[in-house]
Ligand binder design. Structure first.
Ligand code: FAD
Length: 392
């Protein structure tokens, strides 16, 4: 008798959970194997563009996310001394234009909403389950244990992030993430600590602010219903070789921006602790699936993106939604037969879009980080007197 497919997803990040929800809602049995002992996300904010909100709405999760979200008024692009070069309205403009809101949330809350939904609809989530080997033909995953054990599903989805061992297995060679030359300081400040008049100005009308300077930029936005201010500062990578995340000196961070806009430096004075994150991406992949048609990648595992358009997780969510939509077009009895077409269509639908986002995100590094000089003057002239840069 024909049965639903058994699908293994490697990784319970935002991308793995999105794929699990999409495919489970399409009627298949999904198990997520996650290496971590506990689930969660890093203590930082994340921006959710309308393309993700649309997916959340289809899954009945939009209102849940709204309960933890901040809807920013405007997006301000500033010079390092604080001069506003361009302003783009976000709320209500984005929602009117695209039909769905632009949210800013705490990652942990966003992850929890997707996780709870996955559990509610019957996704099986196995923690402390590190995948160490993949047989693409059976297909099978080997999970580390005592002894190691094998699971043989109908399809394996590698959603194991930037340092993906699934990607390396597909490529049959080591493929460590690529250095981009930048790192991010990530910090949170309680809005209740933002008491000075300069900071009160920032709170009065919660907006997303970007400050641009040579080889560096800074940004801040509000999350948790305006209870927290999320700060990301990008500087040239100075982490020691082999270190990707490190708790860092707040004083050193403040010094790097001490000649910038007084509003930014005052905000940085409120930071109690901070972490440095090396920013990495990966070389574009020709193929996301294995020719045996029982394995495919998604999210950062196949299209890691610089965070300069705040789109990496959004693309992973879209990957999951597209897989779910494709699986919903076949009945359980025909799904096995159509697996090759589903994987082919998934790659066709997702590759160009994600490649564009990866490229545009890298382009924005150039725009944000221009050295003072003719190009920077031209950038500022366009921002000030013509129209917002394409993409805003
Ligand atoms: P991950 O979140 O990395 O999840 C991978 C999971 O797989 C992890 O849980 C890991 O433990 C597990 N795993 C790994 N190996 C194995 C294994 N062998 N076996 C089992 N489990 C395994 N994106 C946005 O859309 N908006 C933003 O505002 C935004 N801001 C960002 C700011 C910064 C500073 C950075 C660095 C990134 C930002 N991003 C943003 C990008 C976003 O964080 C990532 O694109 C997204 O989290 C990727 O999700 P993922 O599920 O593909 O991978």
């Amino acid at each position: 008798m024909d049965q639903d497919l058994d699908i293994i997803i490697v990784g319970a990040g935002l991308g793995g959970l999105a794929a699990a929800i999409g495919i489970s809602k399409a009627g298949h049995r999904v198990t997520i194997l996650e290496q971590a002992e506990q689930l969660g996300e890093v203590g930082a904010g994340i921006q959710i563009p309308p393309s993700s909100s649309r997916v959340l709405d289809q899954w009945g999760l939009l209102e849940k996310v709204r309960t933890i979200a901040t809807l920013p008024h405007d997006f301000h692009l500033r010079t390092s001394n604080g001069t506003i070069m361009s302003t783009q309205n976000i709320q209500p403009f984005i929602e009117k234009k695209y039909g769905y809101p632009y949210f800013q949330v705490h990652r942990a809350g966003y992850h929890r909403i997707l996780l709870n939904e996955a559990i509610r609809i019957g996704v099986n989530i196995k923690l402390q389950s590190t995948v160490i080997r993949i047989d693409f033909h059976k297909p099978a995953v080997t999970v580390r244990g005592d002894p190691d054990y094998e699971i043989t599903p109908d399809l394996i989805i590698g959603a194991d992030g930037l340092r993906s061992s699934c990607r390396e297995a597909l490529l049959a060679r080591p493929d460590p993430p690529r250095l981009t030359g930048d790192l991010a300081y990530r910090s949170l400040v309680k809005v209740s600590d933002m008491k000075s008049p300069l900071l009160q100005e920032l709170i009065r009308k919660p907006c997303t602010n970007y400050w641009m300077g040579p080889n560096m930029h800074a940004m801040c936005y509000f999350i948790e219903k305006n209870q927290l201010c999320n700060i990301v500062l990008i500087i040239p990578d100075d982490l020691p070789e082999g270190v990707n995340v490190e708790s860092a000196s707040v004083e050193e961070m403040q010094r790097k921006f001490d000649s910038w806009d007084p509003q930014l430096t005052e905000l940085l004075r409120q930071v109690g602790s901070t972490t440095k994150w090396r920013l990495q991406d990966s070389v574009k992949m020709e193929q996301w699936s294995h020719p045996a048609n029982k394995f495919v990648l998604l999210g950062d595992a196949c299209h890691a993106t610089l965070p300069y358009l705040a789109q990496g997780a959004a693309q992973a969510i879209e990957d999951g939604a597209v897989l779910g939509a494709l699986f919903s077009k076949v009945t359980p009895s025909t799904a096995r037969l159509h697996l090759p077409d589903i994987l082919k269509l998934y790659e066709q639908l997702r590759k160009d879009r994600t490649a564009q986002v990866v490229q545009k995100s890298a382009d924005f590094r150039v725009i944000f980080h221009m050295e003072d000089g003719p190009l920077q003057k031209e950038r500022d002239r366009i921002l000030l007197y013509e129209k917002p840069a394409k993409g805003f």
